[in-house]
Ligand binder design. Structure first.
Ligand SMILES: Nc1ncnc2c1ncn2[C@@H]1O[C@H](COP(=O)(O)OP(=O)(O)OP(=O)(O)O)[C@@H](O)[C@H]1O
Length: 260
């Protein structure tokens, strides 16, 4: 996954991301660190094709993104799995945990695989039996996040984006979910972009860490195009630039990826 010169914001307002460039290589695990509000989740959503940037290009497997959200081509959309920080906002409250895990298969016409894949993934994240028949309001945050991790893996993504996946979890649930992601990556060769504030966790988990401030152009009072933010908010990929400061890498993680 490659972000090239991404400038992004909300409602045509001032950019939150300015000319961000970041590459996650095939099979690589990159941790993105930065203070609250700096734009990490925005970057994660752009990389997952869930938020359309003002300018710049997202490449998946070398192919530029050709749409955002439901307009993204299915092959690109399904090549990325996302786990968000707050499972209660991400999960449809009407679905049982089993249906939640299986939903991406049903949505992509693969419902025949739902039974087997759901059981397999539910077991891998430590869910089973009667728990799978409950709805989000009937389970704990940790149990719901386990289901959301299973759901993110159900289509076999080549890139997994974990946006503060463990922020509201205890140490043992954190360790268990990191282990599930790592087991999936070891088996599939998938890449990982893990976003968060927990330096210790991300340095342990990832091959390298990157500071948010190091992947975007410095603030100048102007946006990436040198004009005001409104003029930049074209909503197109036109004018994409390869920009941003060089990536600053952290230390490589040891083989042990357990957390907590
Ligand atoms: N839907 C939205 N509409 C308007 N502004 C938003 C929206 N989502 C985020 N923002 C703003 O964009 C900026 C970056 O937010 P973002 O959530 O990307 O930061 P973050 O680094 O992930 O923060 P945190 O670590 O606290 O989760 C913030 O100033 C935030 O208020």
């Amino acid at each position: 996954m490659e972000l090239r010169g991404i400038t992004a914001g909300y409602e045509r307002g001032a950019p939150v991301l300015r000319e961000v460039s970041l590459t996650v290589g095939a099979g690589e695990a990159v941790g993105l660190l930065g203070p609250s509000g700096c734009g990490k989740s925005t970057l994660a959503r752009v990389a997952a094709l869930l938020h359309r940037p003002y300018a710049g290009t997202v490449l998946l497997d070398g192919e530029p993104a050709r749409g955002w959200r439901h307009r993204a081509p299915r092959a690109q959309r399904t090549s990325v799995g996302v786990v968000f920080q707050q499972p209660r906002l991400a999960a449809d409250p009407r679905l049982t945990l089993a249906a939640l895990i299986a939903e991406p298969l049903r949505a992509t016409g693969r419902k025949d695989e739902a039974g087997e894949r759901t059981a397999e993934l539910a077991e891998s994240v430590g869910l089973g039996g009667e728990l799978l028949t409950r709805r989000p309001h009937e389970v704990s945050d940790g149990q719901l996040q386990r289901a959301c991790v299973a759901r993110a893996l159900v289509l076999g993504p080549r890139l997994l984006i974990c946006d503060e996946m463990t922020a509201m979890l205890d140490a043992s649930t954190t360790a268990a979910l990191v282990a599930v992601v790592e087991e999936y990556r070891a088996r599939s060769g998938a890449a990982l972009l893990a976003v968060g504030h927990d330096r210790t966790l991300l340095e342990r988990w990832c091959d390298r860490t990157v500071e948010h401030a190091a992947v975007q152009a410095p603030t100048t009072g102007k946006d990436a195009t040198g004009t005001d933010a409104t003029a930049a908010a074209t909503g197109t990929d036109a004018g994409a630039q390869v920009g941003g400061a060089p990536v600053r890498s952290g230390r490589r993680a040891p083989a042990d990826t357990s957390a907590g």
